[in-house]
Ligand binder design. Structure first.
Ligand code: FES
Ligand SMILES: [Fe+2]
Length: 382
């Protein structure tokens, strides 16, 4: 692969170009992303409280590495390789479940919820075989702000170094205490970066969401100056009340308990690299986790988070439907342009474009971080 010259990406926002189109279509770039960003970084595996009870588990894949997150009888959440220690069978299918132990479907080796091997039938004849040597391989995992973060290759800096001042920036939203009210998994035919980029820019609102919610948003604040592998931008609303429900649907919920002043009438859009993004709004948080399936296909999990007092209101189910409807409508409007954007970028004639400094600064902050990773891996030059 030819080296990518990224000097135009690293300029100040007012002079910056977008990433080269190859970053959205090239197989070797995707291999780099799996290796450096997803295996080499901290990736969100969803909300820790969605695995609340001993035996709750979630099987998922990061950077071609099948994993299981499971809560043990000691109430600890751990993340293991979803690979049997006998001859390598994937232990459990992707998705959520609840079990007392993991039993391999091939030759029935059994693993406890803490990963240790509890049974290996007919292995008495194997000289020196000690089940203590054959527990599931555990990977680093930690909970922050209610999200379970994992790092599969053990090379990443500590999670605190990775997140920098993330927790301080988001303190008023009390993310750690929010509960998941609704969750949806789907795939989109575009590169994972395009999917997250559109969520973090205000430029497309008028053209793509003209009749739904573009008028809810005032011009955003400048992007925050932060430390860590994330970008964040706050913006006030033009309307009082929720921007998480459409006008004709009825009203939304009250503001989250920690918010006051302009925070109670605005939304903070944040992208935690590589694959987690969310809108922390006045009354709810909608979170998206995106993982690449191929250069042009992305697996997405959308979660709607609320504070527990709102979620236990008697008419909450009815109100939740309004939030789900608004998210579905907005997502459909975005997906139409994202899939067409992917097709445009796949053209041999595609070229890098320019950033809108006022309405796309978060994208540029991400592009600079991404360019630094490419340069660090010897794929990019300046
Ligand atoms: S591969 Fe799992 S028990 Fe044989
Ligand atoms: Fe959008």
């Amino acid at each position: 692969m030819p080296k990518l010259n990224l000097s135009q990406v690293l300029r100040p926002t007012e002079k910056a170009y977008t990433l080269p189109p190859a970053c959205y279509v090239d197989e070797e770039i995707l291999a780099f992303e799996h290796e450096r960003l997803f295996a080499g970084g901290w990736v969100s595996a969803g909300r820790a409280m969605d695995l609340a009870h001993p035996g709750d588990y979630l099987a998922f894949t990061v950077a071609n590495t099948p994993l299981i997150a499971a809560r043990g009888d000691d109430n600890r959440l751990r993340v293991f390789a979803n690979t049997c220690r006998h001859r390598g069978m994937r232990l459990v299918q992707a998705g959520r479940g609840q079990c007392r132990q993991f039993v391999c479907p091939f030759h029935a080796w059994c693993y406890r919820l803490d990963g240790s091997l509890s049974a290996a039938p007919r292995m008495d004849g194997a000289d020196g075989f000690d089940s203590a040597d054959f527990g599931l391989v555990e990977v680093r995992s930690e909970e922050r702000a209610g999200f379970l973060f994992v790092n599969v290759d053990a090379q990443a800096p500590t999670l605190d170094d990775w997140l920098g001042d993330f927790e301080k920036v988001h303190e008023p939203w009390r993310l750690g205490s929010l509960v998941t009210a609704s969750q949806r998994d789907f795939t989109v035919d575009c590169n994972w970066k395009l999917f997250i980029e559109v969520f973090n820019e205000y430029y497309h609102l008028r053209k793509v969401h003209p009749n739904t919610f573009s008028a809810f948003y005032a011009n955003p604040d400048p992007v925050d100056e932060t430390r860590g592998a994330f970008v964040s931008q706050f913006g006030e609303h033009t309307r009082r009340g929720s921007v998480g429900v459409l006008e004709e649907s009825g009203s939304g919920l009250n503001a989250l308990p920690g918010l006051s002043g302009r925070l109670a009438d605005g939304t903070r859009y944040t992208w935690v690299y590589p694959g987690l993004t969310f809108a922390a709004s006045r009354d709810a948080v909608w979170a998206l986790e995106a993982l690449p399936i191929s250069v042009s296909t992305t697996a997405v999990r959308l979660s709607l988070l609320f504070d527990s007092a709102s979620a236990s209101m008697p008419d909450f189910e009815k109100i939740l439907e309004r939030y789900e409807h608004r998210m579905a409508v907005g997502m459909d409007e975005d997906i139409v342009v994202l899939e067409a954007q992917q097709l445009g970028l796949q053209s041999r004639l595609a070229r890098a474009g320019r950033i809108c400094p006022e309405l796309e600064p978060s994208i540029h902050v991400f592009h600079r971080w991404y360019a630094d990773q490419l340069i660090g891996a010897g794929i990019g030059t300046t």
